[in-house]
Design a protein around this ligand. Structure first.
Ligand code: ADP
Ligand code: MG
Length: 256
């Protein structure tokens, strides 16, 4: 019998966009049940990594593999990647006019469900999640991210996450633009989700405020498209105290 090992293995990934190399021999492994944080200066390729994982056609993988439970995501369509229960919360969540949260979520869930969606339990769950995120219940029938503030968009995307129940999650600057209260709610929501489903999570952030509430198992530092340091949570504290110059390794460029 084939044993499936639950993990994400990004191996020697090199990615170009418009002929410019962004990720360069990037490697990262997330084991089952691990929360990772990825930190690095602006423009080092963090959001690019998320887009490549979801197979955005603008990005050309020139070498390397992204293996999720043994399947190479670089060879799969975005739809099939989503069917694997992989979820990305983008740095700037886009608004989709004319489609409500409930419509999109019901459609997505019915794509993968074995049985028809029970509208009563669906609504009940939506309400419960809205309450936990301190979102008004009318968000259930709001058009996706339309007219929502930056902070509301982040919470709205977490509402999607809770409904879709992904196993591998990318949170790209989920904390940017949040006030202190919203940051607490968002951190609690992520921690509660982790406790309930034990997914693999990659958190991209510039700030230790979120990480001290979530306590990732591992922290990776990216520079010029390559992981230059890996460690435990203490690395995030080092970034906060000393900045990225603490990781100045000769030969890896200098965009300080
Ligand atoms: P960050 O680490 O801040 O998230 P990004 O991954 O967004 O960085 O971007 C890395 C570099 O790649 C930047 O120089 C950015 O301008 C460039 N880049 C990313 N996506 C595109 C694109 N679609 N077209 C042109 N340049 C891009
Ligand atoms: Mg980014």
């Amino acid at each position: 019998m084939l044993m499936v090992i639950f993990m994400l293995e990004i191996k020697n990934l090199t990615v170009k966009v418009k002929e410019k190399k962004i990720l360069d021999n990037f490697s990262l492994t997330i084991n089952e049940g691990e929360i990772h944080a990825l930190m690095g200066q602006n423009g080092t390729g963090k959001s690019t990594l998320c887009r490549v994982i979801m197979h955005d056609d603008d990005y050309e993988v020139t070498s390397g593999e992204i293996l999720y439970n043994g399947k190479d995501l670089t060879k799969m369509s975005t739809t099939n990647i989503a069917r694997e229960k992989i979820f990305m919360l983008g740095q700037n969540p886009i608004a989709i006019e004319g489609v409500t949260n409930a419509e999109m979520l019901r459609t997505s869930l019915s794509e993968v469900a074995a049985e028809p969606i029970n509208i009563f339990t669906f609504n009940q769950k939506m309400e419960e999640i809205c309450r936990s995120l301190e979102l008004p219940l009318d968000f259930i029938h709001r058009e996706i991210n339309v007219g929502m503030s930056g902070g509301e968009r982040k919470k709205n995307e977490l509402l999607h996450m809770w409904m879709l129940e992904p196993k591998l999650i990318f949170l790209d600057e989920v904390d940017s633009g949040l006030d202190v209260d919203a940051l607490k709610i968002v951190a609690k929501s992520i921690n509660d989700y982790y406790e309930k489903y034990k997914p693999m999570i990659l958190i991209i952030t510039h700030h230790n405020n979120l990480l001290e509430k979530i306590r990732p198992h591992k922290v990776d530092i990216i520079k010029n498209g390559t992981v230059i340091a890996t460690g435990d949570y203490s690395l995030a504290k080092k970034v906060e105290k000393e900045g990225f110059k603490a990781f100045n390794i000769s030969g890896l460029g200098n965009n300080e």
